[in-house]
Ligand binder design. Structure first.
Ligand code: XMP
Length: 332
């Protein structure tokens, strides 16, 4: 019978057999899959695993802390945090085109991760390491799920390992073999395994969030000030939707800052000229199609009044009532 306990035991056993005494590296994104994959590998081989978290400064409020503090406390993983916030902001300066933003964020991410991976490899490689009895870094953990495997034509094997020579654009001097401990599991099973492993609930139940993060939820140039505004508005919307018990009804609710749009408003004693925030709550099965979620008016009213009261420079909240198609879920 399928229990998360049995599955954890079995996967841990397989990982131990595969990895032996080698060292393993894993990139943590803050999402469900990489977190659960890392927690599993840490359960199996402990400190042979080093995780790398690239803080690109485009996460939502509290998410970097959830990885750096809560996840580490709950799982005991050895974590290297790379603070790349300035680097991403510089790279994004002056850029407004959505595709260009995505390319830049993806490119910078790979460069920063590569450098961090090299540092980890160097710390455990070479003659020094052999002399001290250390083992080289041979494996890279990926949070690939069963649907991804099927989609890429991989079939339904029971093996949880496949090897690759050149992973995701990593350079030739960084050749890892891939370890994909979740490749037989569906998303809901991954969540159960995460709970079993003690991964924080805030991570296990996280709704989908795009890799480029808040960078593609600011329509216009990405700046530190704009990120701060969006982060606050997003935190308020999430807080109220959670409080209303809507997290399981809503697939995700992007909150978007129209940074290049201003409208006139009146607040307190005077006229304002601020930015609109867009709420984009959607219901979906798989993100291929989506419908806008009929969030109760009282909840929308509370979110709207809190955002306009609490977030400086925002004087208007609007609701996106477009399904997908024709709209995509994200605005960029
Ligand atoms: P769209 O906007 O295409 O989004 O309707 C569909 C789903 O994919 C997420 N999304 C991304 N996820 N990297 C990701 O990991 C990305 O670049 C990316 N872009 C969109 C989006 O949040 C939605 O769940």
């Amino acid at each position: 019978t399928w229990t998360s306990g049995n599955v954890v035991d079995q996967l841990v056993e397989e990982i131990r057999e595969t990895v032996g005494e080698d060292r393993v590296i894993c990139g943590l994104s803050g999402g469900v899959d990489s977190s659960v994959a890392a927690a599993l590998v840490q359960r199996a081989v402990g400190d042979q695993l080093t995780c790398v978290f690239v803080d690109h400064g485009l996460l939502r409020e509290g998410e970097a802390e959830q990885v750096e503090k809560d996840f580490v406390a709950a799982t005991g993983v050895d974590l290297v945090v790379v603070d790349a916030r300035e680097r991403f902001l510089s790279a994004l300066a002056g850029v407004t085109d959505p595709e260009q933003k995505r390319k830049i964020i993806g490119r910078e991410f790979i460069r920063v991760f590569e450098q961090a991976a090299r540092d980890v490899v160097r710390a455990h490689g070479g003659a020094d390491a052999e002399a001290s009895g250390d083992h080289p870094v041979k494996w890279l953990v990926q949070g690939t799920l069963y649907p991804d495997v099927v989609e890429s034509g991989g079939g339904a094997g029971t093996a949880n390992i496949k090897s690759h020579h050149n992973v995701g654009g990593l350079p030739d001097d960084l050749q890892f073999k891939l370890i994909e401990p979740l490749r037989t599991l569906f998303k809901d099973e991954v969540r159960q395994v995460g709970i079993e492993l003690g991964v924080p609930e805030a991570i296990v139940w996280r709704q989908p969030f795009p890799g480029p993060g808040l960078g593609i939820r600011i329509v216009g140039e990405v700046t530190a000030d704009r990120l701060a505004i969006l982060r606050r508005a997003d935190a308020i919307a999430r807080e109220e939707l959670t409080r209303a018990g809507l997290d399981r009804d809503i697939w995700q609710c992007p909150v978007v800052l129209l940074a290049d749009v201003r409208s006139v408003g009146v607040q307190g004693d005077g006229r304002t000229y601020g930015h609109p925030i867009v709420l984009r709550p959607v219901s979906s099965e798989d993100a291929m199609t989506a419908d806008w979620t009929r969030v109760p008016y009282e909840i929308l009213a509370r979110i709207s009044s809190r955002i306009t009261n609490e977030v400086e420079d925002v004087n208007r909240v609007v609701l996106d009532v477009t399904s997908k198609p024709p709209g995509t879920i994200e605005w960029e």
